[in-house]
Design a protein around this ligand. Structure first.
Ligand code: NAG
Ligand code: NAG
Ligand code: NAG
Length: 215
């Protein structure tokens, strides 16, 4: 009898946890992973590896892609605290050092986002076949843009985002192979050839949000 009571209490608790409304969550502070971005009706496509550090506000992107039928490769180190972005090319040891006016935006469900739905990607028929995610929608008032963002219910990791603004059009981003923790701390140290004086560049004119900065 006691066992039955315990089991029913446990079940009750489990159901309560399950029934909790999804919360506006923030991703873990240290994440490495990969993503794909496509935009301009497929004229722009890129795959990137990223290293993300929300504690010290810095991000590294190594990106391969195709823009207007031209392939490109970029390597960007963004140090938000130092207000600088390095555009790095190991190929010819060139480096653009670009002062930054954009603010760091952590990977999170924005406070003003509204929950559209909670769904299982894949299947809930058996363990390991599905992924429980929350889909959020919102507007970016600074750019007049709007977005759909999908985050995992457990772990609060980004799964995908669809972003639209007049200046970018539709931008689709998918995240995969995320891992907690920083893989290589040197990802955040600019190479020596970035420290030369002639590598100063002009300032970015506009404030950009996270998705536009990604793009
Ligand atoms: C893609 O190419 C267009 C036209 O050449 C250029 O204006 C644009 O800045 C490029 N976009 C990116 C993200 O490189
Ligand atoms: C976004 O803005 C549109 C148009 O102003 C509005 O109808 C919609 O409810 C807003 N969505 C959210 C999630 O705030
Ligand atoms: C976007 O473009 C549409 C149509 O040209 C225009 O009506 C709207 O005001 C623009 N929105 C922003 C935020 O610029």
């Amino acid at each position: 009898m006691q066992t039955l009571a315990l089991v029913s209490i446990t079940l009750c608790l489990a159901v309560n946890v399950w029934a909790q409304k999804p919360r506006h969550c923030r991703s873990p502070p240290l994440v490495v992973g990969s993503l794909t971005v496509s935009a301009r009706e497929g004229e722009f496509f890129a795959e990137a590896k990223y290293t993300y550090d929300a504690l010290q506000k810095r991000v590294r992107f190594r990106e391969f892609g195709c823009n207007n039928s031209q392939s490109f490769h970029t390597d960007k180190l963004i140090l938000f605290r130092k207000r600088v972005m390095y555009d790095i090319s190991y190929h010819d040891h060139s480096c653009k050092r670009i002062p930054l006016r954009v603010h760091f935006h952590p990977m999170e469900v924005p406070r003003e986002a509204k929950l559209l739905s909670e769904v299982v990607l894949g299947s809930s028929s058996a363990p390991g076949q599905g992924l429980l995610v929350n889909i959020w929608v919102g507007n970016v008032s600074e750019t007049g843009g709007k977005y759909f963002s999908t985050f995992t219910e457990f772990g609060c990791l980004p799964v995908s985002s669809i972003y639209y603004s007049n200046s970018t059009g539709w931008v689709m981003t998918s995240f995969f192979n995320n891992m907690n923790g920083i893989g290589n701390p040197e990802d955040f140290i600019p190479p020596d050839f970035c420290m030369r004086k002639e590598n100063e560049e002009t300032e970015w004119g506009t404030e950009r949000d996270f998705f536009e900065a990604l793009f």
